[in-house]
Design a protein around this ligand. Sequence first.
Ligand code: BES
Ligand code: MN
Ligand code: ZN
Length: 486
Amino acid sequence: MDFRHQIASSGALSSVVADVLLVVVHGDGVDASLDAAVASPLKEAVALGDFQFKAGRTLYVQRPAGLKAARLVVSAAGNSSVKAFKSAVASGLAQLKGLGVKHVAVVNGNSSAVTEQHAEAVTSAASDAAYLYRETKPSAQPAPSLAKVTLICGKPEAKDVQRGLVRGAAIAAGVTLAKTLANLPANRCTPTYLGVQAKAMGKDYGLKIEVMDRKQIEKIGMGSFLSVAQGSAQPPRFIVARYDGAAKSQAPVVLVGKGITFDTGGISIKPSADMDEMKYDMGGAASVLGTLRAIAELKPKLNLVVLVPTCENMPSSTAVKPGDVVTSLSGQTIEILNTDAEGRLILCDALTYAERFNPACVIDVATLTGACVIALGNHHSGLFSPDDALANQLLAASRAALDPVWRLPLDEEYDDALKSNFADMANVGSRAGGAITAAKFLQRFTGKYRWAHVDVAGTAWKSGAAKGSTGRPVGLLTHFVLSQAA
Ligand code: BES
Ligand code: MN
Ligand code: ZN
């Protein structure tokens, strides 16, 4: 999609040329500074009881008198925050679904208050509205025609707005990649497929991509990762991708994504209800690859490494069994009491592998625990880190990206749950605090660098009628990585 900005005040909207003029209004009445051609149909609608200044309310007008734009959409924001502005843009765009609209011009009721954040919000709302999954559904409507979005801003000096549009477009491209990978069914999106896609992205952007097969993973000694992979006929892959934007001497940020392309639970098999959604168990992998794409487009001066351990978790005669003890790459042994706690088993070896990059920090992202969904629901992702400074940087990135995370504790008391009589640790504790004990398990492999863990089990996809990947947390990760540039 093409994102531009145009200088115009909210008092001079009549000359804006577009298929739709989408005006976001705030407060509880028609602003005196609003162009009369917008204000008068809005006042009429209010008088008729067809419009209220309440979040989510929209007004649609065809061929509005006095406007060059063929349609006018007015959308109410609950307050003056960027978050409310973004939801109002999304509600306005939802009105246009299925219409022949190619070019939308978006204006904030107070156009001089448009910032970099507003610009990024518009790109993300527009890209979400235009997203259509077609890969295995040829009957889906042809690609939506929304192709161009113009943001109207009142400031003659709009460098910050331009910056927001560029960053937003890159994040939107990363989110779209993450959504597409995650929405693909597991018979299409296999570990092999993820490896091929990573290679293809490397070619497009000039990145170094290494895709290791089972033999190479064995040679490295990733016994924990391989124990999950051993139950499936689909061969595992370990993807190592690098973006080099700074001197080799500069320590890279390392992102690690859980890439379980389907999680049956293994021998500790899951109930069958909703098991289809376990195709999304590679959402962490999709998000770190999406972030790599966003960063490769923005070309900041920093180094980034993306690690993806990817395999299926299947029950079979070769599958790992409850009680089996495996040796991780770190040398620590693990008693696998529950084969459904497989995410941590593939991540722990990738986290040990990350040591060889002498990282500035390591962030892992995983659809790791149902317990995290119980704790935080589907709005905030779970954030875990023993490092307050790193956690605060991630929280700041989360706020800037409108991609919420909530920090949960990692006190040493929680570690007791992982005691085993037969190995250095068990892979599960009791049910209590399950998201935290999973993070405590990972922490045992992260002693050599600054580390944080993001549990996206509740936020990587939506269930129900709107079932589909959200592409989260590409926004959070991209903002965080950009904040690490010198
Ligand atoms: N991929 C699941 C976590 C999950 C479950 C994400 C439901 C989203 C929705 C993970 O591999 C898993 O199965 N975790 C177990 C851990 C348990 C056995 C300690 C869980 O959460 O039940
Ligand atoms: Mn599982
Ligand atoms: Zn899983």
